[in-house]
Design a protein around this ligand. Structure first.
Ligand code: DC
Length: 217
């Protein structure tokens, strides 16, 4: 059996998608495409420019004017590394808001498909297996309880020096779940044929063990 060319990982916020994507990239030599980082960078840039996030045209024009690049797990916005600025809970919500606009999604999808050309890629997001790469050979859907997902995000944010409460993080996760599942364009759902993994109470090694025979047969 051949190794998959494209691996997609979808699921709600805090399910462990980026941890798994980075691990797959490192162990099996895949290029990591962090689609959420692009929406985060757009949300962050729009906020700095004082743009009305509900106005599709305004957000689209702002997004179009940006030079966005994914490099070695970093996000470059007009040449500046904003990886740390876009990891706040606020940037997550901003991302969710700009991501509901179809024109913005189209722009990002084109960029991601272009980046993926000629590479073995692992991509994480909300619509990676349903819309961006429906042809992907391996589609994974990661999930976990909202409480577990909030606990992980809380620990990560605290370790990075952010002053947040667990309740605040849980509220933000639930709000984003709602926005991501209910939106009209490319809502979060399980892709057809996806391998569904519930990571509640599981570590990254447990998940990788399930995947080794599929990725490296
Ligand atoms: O994966 P993340 O937490 O970095 O994503 C931030 C937000 O961006 C998420 O709440 C919804 C949006 N997003 C999306 O709509 N489609 C994607 N492929 C990735 C992220």
């Amino acid at each position: 059996m051949e190794r998959p060319e494209i691996i997609t990982i979808d699921g709600p916020a805090g399910a462990g998608k980026s941890t798994l994507a980075k691990e797959i990239a490192k162990r099996f030599g895949y290029f990591y495409l962090d689609s959420g980082a692009l929406y985060r960078a757009i949300g962050y840039a729009c906020k700095l420019k004082g743009i009305n996030l509900e106005d599709q045209e305004e957000v689209f024009n702002c997004a179009k004017s940006l030079n966005l690049k994914l490099e070695n797990g970093q996000v470059l916005l007009n040449g500046k590394d904003v990886s740390s600025e876009i990891r706040t809970p606020e940037a997550g919500l901003l991302a969710s808001k700009v991501a509901k606009h179809p024109k913005v999604r189209e722009l990002i999808i084109k960029l991601l498909r272009k980046e993926a050309k000629g590479k073995r890629v692992v991509i994480d997001g909300r619509d990676a297996g349903t819309y961006i790469f429906p042809q992907a050979q391996l589609k994974i859907f990661l999930t976990a309880s909202p409480q577990e997902r909030a606990r992980r995000r809380y620990k990560e944010l605290i370790s990075r020096g952010f002053k947040v409460s667990y309740e605040e993080v849980l509220k933000e996760i639930k709000e984003r779940d709602k926005l991501d599942k209910k939106r009209k364009t490319a809502p979060l759902k399980i892709p057809k044929g996806a391998l569904v993994i519930d990571t509640t109470g599981k570590g990254i090694e447990d998940v990788i063990k399930t995947l080794i025979p599929i990725i490296d047969p």
